[in-house]
Design a protein around this ligand. Structure first.
Ligand SMILES: Cc1ncc(C[n+]2csc(CCOP(=O)(O)OP(=O)(O)O)c2C)c(N)n1
Length: 569
């Protein structure tokens, strides 16, 4: 049956199970937009900026495990996607970005709105291609989804010239994908597994570092089995939050630059690191030569390119975390490591990082605690990048995967609002909170319009400190308090929200916190709270950049424990 390229694209998306697309139209994609009404099963959400489309597709993909899809037009539309694509690339998020291109006859002529988006996105996509004939479109879409979601997931871009959308071709959706050279290894080499099991069985002070790969591969049960069977403490990366219940007795929280002191101390004192689906990012390891100096390292990762990239590894295990752990668990012996676990537990008691200072000031840590209490820990928390991100990681406790959505690898300010839109669209029945910095919020503030137009009920908490807080903190600690370009004058966020038609309140004292959170949840649709938090509050503990992970800077102001520590199972 003959169809236009645009129809072939839509039909192919339907075949891939796509239900929602985030996008923004323009001349080069007009034939596609003109075809969309024929496909009511494809819900299109009009964002206000293409960066928002990519982040929303990213947030949607994280919480649903499906491939996120975004559309943009040629030239500036396509380049506006770049930050969002790079973000997805660094965090291994399955995404298909579809960009319009100028018509074939104009390609290479620097005509109106032409840009070489293929060239631009080569380093930030898992794969990209221009489809030059409508005949090739179905195959290109099939391959794009396959590549995006298999192996180590990532973004794939398809660039389609305007006249290819209009060209007629036969529609045959391929049943299978056959890509020479692309065969992600799922099952680990049995010999390597044998070696890994031997190291684990012999270790006295092993630590598991669980990363995003555990969440992506759905290896939670297998991870838990490994930890419980052989009594190994588990720490996690920022993106690994939620892959192991934080209330579990063997969970010792996040490691790294703003990790828990006891998590870093455990890694520092360990004799074996079992790294699962994590890539030894410098925010996790700090000075890599001072990282876990007395430990052997087992590195389990689906991407062979990650192994040995940042850290020398004793036993590399290439494979899908779930498949690997399932096999490894058969070879690992049950044993008690009670002394080691108790040692870390003691450190946890000595250096509890979940402290909130006793004060009447409005502390961000207190606000996040209250969001946790009111939502009973059941909300999906989406953050931007900065201090509020770390406070959200520290003071909300996550027991289920994907309940913490954040930009890890690229560290993209402005991620919070659009990613929360994507998360809420993916989980319409869940409570989704966007915890924003006042700086990051203004980077994608226009997406309030998207929320209103599509009635996407994200609850927004701005941690308004009047600074680019995390950078100010670095200036305070490492640049003698010279606050260059970090004080931030803000608009009246309440008026901004109201101008968009979003109800909003301002909170300036502790006693207003809980009522405001409850009102936000009880009010249908989006709601914004402007929390005027203590302007110069810092995130602790901290490992200064370039120092060793065991060299921890503790909060100089925090002596008392005003709120109870988290409950253990
Ligand atoms: C797009 C982008 N530009 C710059 C930075 C550098 N940066 C990291 S954190 C930060 C400050 C964030 O300020 P805000 O959003 O207000 O959050 P806060 O740290 O105050 O919680 C900046 C500028 C970044 N991560 N992303």
């Amino acid at each position: 049956m003959k169809m236009t390229g645009a129809q072939i694209l839509c039909e192919s998306l339907v075949r891939e199970g796509v239900e929602v697309v985030f996008g923004f139209p323009g001349g080069a994609v007009l034939p596609l937009y003109d075809t969309l009404p024929q496909y009511p099963q494809l819900r299109h959400i009009l964002v206000r900026h293409e960066q928002g489309a990519a982040h929303a597709a990213d947030g949607y993909a994280r919480v649903t495990g499906k491939v996120g899809v975004c559309f943009a037009t040629s030239g500036p539309g396509a380049t506006n996607l770049v930050t969002g694509i790079a973000n997805a690339h660094l965090d291994s998020i399955p995404m298909v970005a579809i960009t319009g291109q100028v018509a074939r006859q104009y390609i290479g002529k620097d005509g109106f709105q032409e840009v070489d988006i293929i060239g631009i996105t080569v380093p930030i996509t898992k794969h990209n291609s221009m489809v030059y004939k409508a005949d090739d479109l179905a195959k290109a879409v099939k391959e794009a989804f396959h590549i995006a979601r298999t192996g180590r997931p990532g973004p794939v871009l398809i660039d389609i010239p305007k006249d290819v959308f209009e060209e007629q071709a036969n529609f045959n959706y391929p049943a299978q994908v056959n890509l020479t050279g692309y065969h992600p290894v799922m099952e680990a080499d049995p010999l390597q597994l044998e070696k890994a099991a031997k190291l684990i069985n012999e270790a006295k002070r092993p630590v598991i570092i669980a990363g995003h790969g555990v969440i992506i591969s759905g290896a939670y049960k297998d991870l838990r089995e490994l930890a419980e069977k052989s009594q190994i403490p588990v720490v996690n990366t920022l993106l690994g939050i939620g892959c192991f219940p934080e209330s579990h007795v063997l969970s010792f929280g996040m490691l790294g630059m703003h990790g828990m002191a006891y998590a870093n101390m455990a890694v520092d004192a360990s004799d074996l690191i079992i790294a699962i689906g994590m890539r030894f990012d410098d925010r996790a390891t700090s000075n890599v030569s001072g990282f876990a100096r007395g430990a052997y390292v087992i590195h389990i990762d689906i991407d062979p390119a990650e192994i040995g990239k940042n850290l020398k590894v004793t036993v590399p295990v290439v494979g899908d975390a779930q498949a690997v752990l399932e096999e490894l668990n058969k070879k690992v012996e049950s044993q008690s490591r009670i002394d080691w676990v108790q040692q870390i537990e003691q450190w946890r008691q000595l250096y509890p990082t979940t402290r909130v200072r006793e004060t009447e000031d409005l502390l961000p840590q207190y606000v996040i605690r209250q969001i946790y209490e009111v939502t009973e820990g059941k909300a999906t928390i989406v953050t931007g990048v900065g201090q509020h991100q770390m406070w959200s990681a520290h003071h909300y406790w996550y027991d289920k995967p994907n309940s913490f959505v954040s930009s890890g690898g690229l560290g993209t300010m402005g991620f919070e609002l659009p990613a929360a839109i994507g998360a809420k669209v993916g989980l319409p029945d869940d409570i989704v909170w966007a915890i924003c910095g006042d700086g990051g919020f203004q980077m994608t503030i226009q997406e309030l319009g998207t929320m209103v137009q599509d009635n996407i009920g994200v609850k927004i908490a701005i941690m308004n400190n009047g600074y680019l807080g995390m950078v100010r903190q670095w200036q305070e600690l490492f640049y003698k308090g010279r606050y260059v370009a970090t004080p931030l004058s803000n608009p009246d966020f309440i008026k901004v929200a109201e101008a968009y038609g979003i109800p909003a309140v301002r909170v300036e004292s502790k006693m207003e916190v809980i009522p405001a959170i409850k009102t936000a949840i009880d009010t249908p649709g989006p709601f914004l709270i402007d929390f005027r938090i203590e302007p110069e509050e810092n995130v602790y503990p901290m490992v200064a950049p370039g120092t060793n992970i065991g060299e921890i800077i503790k909060d100089p102001k925090c002596d008392d424990i005003a709120l109870p520590g988290k409950q253990r199972l």
